[in-house]
Each structure stands twice: as structure tokens, then as C-alpha cells.
Design a protein around this ligand. Structure first.
Ligand SMILES: C[S@@+](CC[C@H](N)C(=O)[O-])C[C@H]1O[C@@H](n2cnc3c(N)ncnc32)[C@H](O)[C@@H]1O
Length: 438
């Protein structure tokens, strides 16, 4: 686990102040990635760690705030406490090496950054001292037992999960409140998984293979014993390995491109799956992306992996329209559609705070528009893989059923369908269709 103290030389009170502001921004509707992207490089690691934990431990910290402060505190104090309280929580204590008095002092100092009154400082001081006592291990208790905390989810989100996963919904929320492990995909053009594990081991990095997800064999997946900065991964910058969740590694394997095939990655940025497809075969790739900023990340990724060659076209365009298309039909299409991202909450804990119920309906419409248009660009007997990183059936199974009902030439082939998040994979939906006739 990452030691938060080692993450930066930024004084803790400054980090708490910036993280509390970041939490405030998320609550007013901004994506945390966007907020973190504006930080100075030396600020980012510690602020990211603190703000991610604030959102992951939101449910527990707000149980404690409610218990200890009968009248809801002002928003700034609430945000500051939601950053500071997780530093004491049992499930986090092993990861930080700050002494109790340091956390309290620094949080109080952070308070004076915006509030000169004794009220806020006194409140923060008192609450944190109480929390530190409540979370202390009992006499003689050495190890901190895991302290399961469910992920925050708005009522409509919880109702959706409860309705669709009556047995698993709580386990899903508990698993999404945990920090996601760092998972790698070994570039098998350069190393086998065993060879790369040996390199990791020489560098003092422990790893374990992930052999399969949902019955699909993953030849290149490794989970690290503890996350490290990518720069410390052997030969990362020469393309030996990529960071990619195990559930996401199914996409290219299910589509199984062959050399020379015309392949469309219809929603491609930042290019994780484009790269995997190209690692598997020298296909003729069109990587399509609508977002003008995100599209730049595709070539960066492909350059690092030495996959950016004449067989790859990176195109800016809208997959729900044909304006960008030259009319050449594709053998295979990967449609990794824009979605709620409800399956990847452990890596993006701001998502349940940002989404609104009405978003699901409009995402469903966008997904349908892209599905229908992409289908027209597929050769007879071609394959199209529909993927979302969502666990809402509105974006998964419902879409697959709608698509098959609307397109009489679509044959649904074997693919895992809904994959729920676990300790080693995020939540994804996969449906594979073959075009039967024109
Ligand atoms: C789930 S992400 C893709 C992740 C990518 N496949 C990967 O593995 O790295 C979806 C992407 O689709 C893009 N997008 C959204 N609507 C689109 C559209 N109509 N046409 C093309 N791209 C679109 C988004 O900007 C976003 O980059």
C-alpha cells in the first residue's frame, strides 16, 4: 500500500486544504480528474490519495460526523473532516505513518487557512481527537482488522443495484470502497508474463498472475503486491507493459483480431484497448474518437508501445454518424461505448457523486445511436463487440437485447455479458455480435 507520508514533500496541512477544496469541487459537479489535472506535479500524488480516500470513506466519515456534531457543520468544515477522518480509519491506518497529534494539528492548521474563528478550529480538533480514540486498536490488538465500509451511492443508484443484484448489491458497494490494485498487461510482443515477472522481481516488485476473468484466459495480466509509480516498472517507457484493469483485458481477446483485418475501435481514447488489439495482431486499425483533447492520448500510448505505424489511422469523429467514414467496411469493430462508468468506481470514486439518474437514459440513447451506425460499417460475417464499464443493465444486457431485436442480421455469440467488480477486476459488460448477411 502507498505510504501517504512518502507521497510528497507538501506539508500535510496544505495537502489537506487542497484535497478538501477538491472534494468541494466534486460535490459541485466537477470531475476529480479535471480538478487534479490543474495541480502542480508535486501536489498531485498526496492530494489525489487524500481526496480519493475522502470519497471512498465518505459513508463512514459521515456516520462519525453525524454522531459527533449534532448540527451539520458548514460545508468547508465537512469537507476538511471528510479528508482528515480517513487518516484515522482502521482500514487506512496501515497506509499512513502520521501520528495522531500530527493529523489533528495539521487539520486544525488547515482550518485556519480559510477560517480564523475558534469555532471551526475547536470543532475540528474535538472531532478528530474523538475519532482517533474511537478507531484506536483495542489493548493488545496488533493488527488492524479490516473495517468494511460501503461506497457512497445516491438513493437511485442503490435502488438500481438492489433491484438488479438482490444478493450481490451490498458486496458490490463494499468492494468499490476499496482501493483498486495496480494491474498490468504485459506486452507479449516483448515479454512473456513469466519473463516480465522475473524483471519485476529483480526490481523488488512482487506480482501475481491473474489467469482468467469470467472464464476468459488472460495471458498477460499481473496484479502487483503494492502499487508503484509507472516509472519504476521495468522497461515501461519502452513499451514492455501497460496499466490496464483485468476486466478491460478481455476486450481485445474476445475480438481476436488477425493480421491484415480492417478493425475499427469506435470510441478509442485513451487507446488502452486499441494498443492491446495491435499487440495481438498487425491489423489495419482505425482508432476513432470524438473528444479533441482525449484523442491526443491515443498516439502517446501507441508511441510508447512502438505500435504507431502505417497500419494505424487515428481519426477524430462521431461514431454515431458516418461523416468521417470512407465507406470501407470493417472486419471487426470494438465499441467501447461512453457510459456511466458505474463499474469502475474503485478507480474513480467521484463517479457516484457526479452522476444523475437522468444521465442513464441519455447515455442509453447515445449508445444505441453508436451501435446502429457502427453496425452499418461492418462487413457481412464481421464481428462487433459492445463493451461498457457499467454495472447498470440499462447500459448492458438491456442494450444487447434491444440491439438483437432491432437488427435481424445480428447473431449474438458467446461473451461474458455482465461482469461484476471483484478484488482484481472492475465491472464490465461484453456482448459479441456477428453480422449474418449484409
Ligand atoms: C470508455 S471510453 C473508451 C476507452 C478506450 N476504449 C480505452 O480502452 O482506452 C469512451 C470514449 O468514447 C468517446 N466518445 C464518446 N462519444 C463518442 C462518439 N459519439 N464517437 C466517438 N467517440 C466517442 C469518449 O470521449 C471516450 O474517450
Amino acid at each position: 500500500m502507498t505510504d501517504q507520508k512518502k507521497l510528497s514533500s507538501l506539508p500535510l496541512y496544505e495537502a489537506i486544504t487542497i484535497a478538501a477544496q477538491a472534494v468541494g469541487e466534486v460535490l459541485s459537479g466537477r470531475s476529480l480528474t479535471e480538478v487534479l489535472d490543474e495541480l502542480e506535479p508535486h501536489e498531485r500524488p498526496i492530494v489525489q490519495s487524500l481526496s480519493f480516500d475522502a470519497l471512498r470513506k465518505w459513508v463512514r466519515s459521515h456516520e462519525l460526523i453525524k454522531e459527533l456534531i449534532p448540527k451539520a457543520p458548514p460545508p468547508e468544515v465537512d469537507h476538511l473532516l471528510s479528508v482528515a477522518i480517513p487518516l484515522f480509519l482502521r482500514s487506512n491506518v496501515d497506509d499512513n505513518s502520521y501520528a495522531t497529534h500530527t493529523i489533528v494539528d495539521q487539520a486544525v492548521k488547515a482550518c485556519s487557512e480559510y477560517d480564523k474563528t475558534m469555532y471551526a478550529k475547536g470543532l475540528v480538533n474535538a472531532v478528530l481527537r474523538k475519532v482517533s480514540l474511537m478507531e484506536k486498536p483495542a489493548e493488545g490488538e496488533k493488527a488492524y482488522p479490516p473495517d468494511p465500509i460501503p461506497m457512497f451511492a445516491p438513493p437511485w443508484w442503490r435502488a438500481n443495484l438492489k433491484r438488479n443484484y438482490p444478493k450481490a448489491w451490498q458486496a458490490i458497494l463494499f468492494s468499490q470502497a476499496k482501493r483498486a490494485p495496480l494491474i498490468l498487461r504485459v506486452n507479449q510482443r516483448q515479454y512473456t508474463r513469466t519473463e516480465y515477472q522475473a524483471l519485476l522481481s529483480e526490481a523488488g516488485i512482487t506480482s501475481t498472475p491473474i489467469d482468467e476473468v469470467a472464464g476468459i484466459v488472460l495471458p498477460g495480466a499481473l496484479v502487483l503486491g503494492a502499487p508503484v509509480p509507472v516509472g519504476e516498472l521495468p522497461h515501461f517507457y519502452s513499451g514492455a507493459v501497460s496499466v490496464q484493469d483485468a476486466g478491460a483485458q478481455l476486450a481485445a481477446l474476445l475480438l481476436a483480431p488477425k493480421a491484415g483485418e480492417l478493425v475499427l475501435d469506435a470510441c478509442a481514447a485513451p487507446g488502452g484497448k486499441t494498443a492491446h488489439l495491435l499487440e495481438l495482431a498487425e491489423c489495419k486499425m482505425t482508432a476513432l474518437e470524438l473528444d479533441g483533447e482525449r484523442i491526443g492520448k491515443i498516439s502517446g500510448n501507441l508511441d510508447r508501445l512502438h505500435l504507431h505505424a502505417d497500419n494505424v489511422k487515428i481519426v477524430r469523429g462521431d461514431a454515431s454518424k458516418a461523416a468521417w467514414w470512407d465507406g470501407a467496411l470493417f472486419d471487426k469493430i470494438l465499441l467501447d461505448a461512453p457510459c456511466s462508468a458505474s463499474g469502475i468506481v474503485s478507480r474513480h470514486p467521484d463517479i457516484p457523486f457526479l452522476r444523475r439518474e437522468a444521465d442513464i437514459k441519455s447515455l442509453q440513447q447515445r449508445q444505441r445511436a453508436i451501435l446502429s451506425q457502427a453496425w452499418k460499417m461492418l462487413k457481412p460475417n464481421g464481428l462487433m463487440l459492445y463493451v461498457t464499464c457499467s454495472i447498470f443493465p440499462e447500459e448492458g444486457e438491456e442494450q444487447a437485447l434491444w440491439f438483437a431485436a432491432e437488427h435481424s442480421n445480428a447473431v449474438r455469440l458467446g461473451a461474458p455479458g455482465q461482469i461484476l467488480p471483484t478484488a482484481v477486476n472492475d465491472g464490465f459488460f461484453y456482448a459479441l455480435f456477428k453480422k449474418n448477411g449484409p
